[in-house]
Ligand binder design. Structure first.
Ligand code: SAM
Ligand code: SF4
Length: 385
């Protein structure tokens, strides 16, 4: 009996997925022994021109920290260029809103010069054709733009008029020659029934990839259960069935159209992993994923509490922190195993369970454009945050 018939178990039909999961687990173990930086976030700013209800980074017009100057960012990147095989590193530039940094193009150019591919995750509202063309000229091929529903649902959390501007950003990116224009949708009960519409709008505007994620209890939503933002288990099943059906239809047609996949979320079970995304979800934070936060602190993933950062790249080389300070992410025998730091540069981490972290970092997310077959951590589509 397969797990489809019996949700409690796995059957012969699930064998390929189970083999894949086993390989994934073995690879993860290898990474614990030999971490391998292939995915780097740069949290460019905490400033934003929007003030979304669900913002996991609590962003608004001003930043609450002292952010890195252009020289500091370039200096840190240069050390990475000296200390790592940059041809294997994909950089996701997130925020806040990256397009608020006037030096964005200069930084992208430096990443390209150092041999790293990069993308931005943006609300799209400031992405004019001219700016998109500058990103292309600086070497960028990938842009991810948030689209949180059809117009009414998107504007309800992101502000009036933001939907139209985000879609204009998608079109601008496409017309400027960005190869991968991904839309990211934070699914919540209010937009669950409109996903077909969102996909049509995204596709018509020029998007070729669509990533669906769930909303985390962080930032402005931190600590408050919010039935308007969170999917219950029936919603989640509905979402998984939706994605699976679309992926199967695309596979049958031999054309993904708008290639859809689920991202983030913890392990979904043998029956779903490999169905709603190409690879099994695992948290790779601190194993092949690292991040430079906007004040220079070095963390495993921007979705983790800032207190879990492991040092500052303004005080030590990034590579020193990455190689010497992430033991707790790489210690299978520690309490909670990997992805649950026991200590941090800023003191004890909050007692949040490892499941929270893992949930966030399923985000190895499968991909159409693997950076490295050896890591099997796929750099595309890039992480949302
Ligand atoms: C923090 S935003 C930064 C980039 C840009 N400002 C934007 O909104 O796309 C990065 C991504 O995280 C998503 N996001 C925001 N708040 C979130 C939350 N509480 N849980 C999960 N994802 C969230 C956004 O929708 C976006 O796709
Ligand atoms: S989710 Fe993105 S666009 Fe919205 S407030 Fe946060 S950083 Fe800004």
């Amino acid at each position: 009996m397969s797990s489809r018939d019996d949700p409690g178990g796995a059957g012969p039909r699930d064998l390929p997925q189970m083999v894949d999961l086993h390989r994934e687990a073995r690879h993860r173990r290898q990474l614990m022994e030999r971490p391998d930086l292939t995915y780097l976030f740069w949290e460019s700013t905490l400033r934003c021109n929007l003030k979304c209800t669900h913002c996991g980074s609590s962003c608004d017009a001003t930043s609450r920290v002292e952010e890195l100057s252009t020289e500091q960012v370039l200096g840190i990147l240069d050390t990475i260029g000296e200390d790592f095989d940059t041809s294997r590193i994909f950089v996701s530039i997130t925020g806040g809103e990256p397009l608020l940094r006037p030096d964005l193009f200069e930084v992208v150019q430096r990443l390209t010069d150092l041999g790293m591919e990069s993308c931005i995750v943006t609300n799209g509202t400031l992405l004019t054709r001219e700016r998109a063309a500058r990103l292309v000229a600086a070497g960028m091929r990938t842009v991810s733009i948030s689209l949180d529903g059809a117009e009414a649902e998107h504007d309800a959390v992101r502000g009036k008029g933001s939907f139209t501007r985000a879609l204009a950003g998608v079109t601008a990116a496409r017309e400027a020659g960005i190869e991968f224009v991904e839309t990211i949708t934070c699914v919540r009960p209010a937009n669950l029934e409109s996903l077909d519409r969102v996909s049509e709008d995204a596709r018509a505007a020029g998007s070729n990839l669509w990533r669906l994620i769930t909303i985390d209890s962080m930032g402005r939503l931190s600590g408050r259960p919010d039935p308007e933002m969170w999917l219950d288990s029936d919603h989640l099943r509905q979402l998984m069935a939706y994605i699976e059906t679309r992926r199967q239809a695309a596979a049958r047609a031999g054309d993904p159209g708008l290639d859809v996949q689920f991202s983030c979320g913890g392990f979904l079970g043998v029956a779903l992993e490999g169905q709603v995304r190409p690879d099994a979800s695992q948290c790779y934070a601190g194993l092949c994923v690292g991040s430079i936060l906007c004040d220079g602190r070095v963390g495993a993933c921007p979705s983790m509490p800032r207190a879990w950062s492991q040092g500052s790249a303004l005080e030590q080389r990034f590579s020193t922190i990455w190689r010497e300070r992430f033991d707790d992410y790489r210690d299978l025998d520690g309490p909670g195993g990997a992805a649950r730091p026991r200590r941090s540069a800023a003191g004890s981490p909050p007692g949040r369970g490892s499941s929270w972290t893992r949930r966030r970092w399923g985000r190895g997310r499968g991909s159409r454009r693997s950076r490295s077959s050896s890591t099997r951590f796929r750099a595309w589509p890039p992480a949302a945050r």
